[in-house]
Design a protein around this ligand. Structure first.
Ligand SMILES: Nc1ncnc2c1ncn2[C@@H]1O[C@H](COP(=O)(O)OP(=O)(O)OP(=O)(O)O)[C@@H](O)[C@H]1O
Ligand SMILES: Nc1nc2c(c(=O)[nH]1)N=C(CO)CN2
Length: 188
């Protein structure tokens, strides 16, 4: 872990990994605003943040280089919220940032995905944990690895190993840190 940003979470808190992405509007401003909104949630404490990475848009039929590229990032938090309550809070933040849902994997201002919550395995109509596609997405794995060099995805293994198997491209997006003190390492 690269950042002990706020260690005041209670012992009962669990660790959650949140992926952020957006490819419409002022992407950096939106992601920064979303980070501030997550940090302000009751029952959520920030542990670490990746830097920003820029990634080509993955659509249902493959990578679309004609679509606006995404900025992606990952936050690691501690939380006393249960996973569904955290998902609801993330959905509310998406709505506040004008997220619409017309096309699956379509362009969007902000997407907040819950990647994992401790080692919880869950499959309900509203929430699957770990996120069922995280293990094959460099736009999730690369920033996650920046925030936690030892990250593991339950059921899949070391994030570093998973990232090596990905073919999609990720480049560092030069920008100030999302959280003061968080690392912004170089990604493949
Ligand atoms: N781990 C999860 N994180 C976020 N949403 C989830 C998760 N598991 C299930 N969902 C459900 O998926 C629904 C659709 O989410 P969304 O529209 O953000 O999908 P997407 O981000 O476009 O695609 P993908 O799920 O492949 O990342 C949400 O309403 C939510 O109930
Ligand atoms: N590059 C990139 N492509 C995507 C992303 C994303 O965050 N980054 N999210 C998607 C649905 O969650 C679909 N495609």
């Amino acid at each position: 872990m690269t950042l002990g940003h706020n260690r005041s979470a209670p012992d009962a808190a669990v660790r959650a990994v949140i992926a952020l992405g957006g490819n419409l509007g002022d992407r950096e401003a939106t992601l920064r605003s979303a980070v501030a909104s997550v940090a302000a949630l009751d029952g959520v404490w920030m542990l670490a943040a990746s830097g920003l990475v820029e990634t080509p848009a993955l659509k249902l039929d493959g990578v679309d280089y004609d679509a606006p590229s995404y900025l992606n990032a990952v936050l690691i938090v501690e939380t006393t919220l249960d996973p569904h309550a955290l998902l609801d809070a993330l959905a509310a933040i998406e709505s506040q940032h004008h997220r619409t849902r017309e096309v699956r994997w379509g362009d969007r201002t902000l997407d907040l995905d819950l990647i994992s919550v401790d080692d919880v395995i869950l499959d309900t109509p509203r929430l699957t944990l770990p996120h069922p596609r995280a293990h094959e997405r460099a736009f999730v794995l690369a920033p996650w690895l920046q925030a936690d060099a030892h990250a593991r995805l339950i059921g899949h293994g070391a994030v570093a190993d998973l990232l090596q198997q990905c073919t999609d491209r990720v480049s560092v997006y030069p920008a100030a840190r999302l959280l003061p003190g968080a690392s912004q390492g170089v990604t493949p």
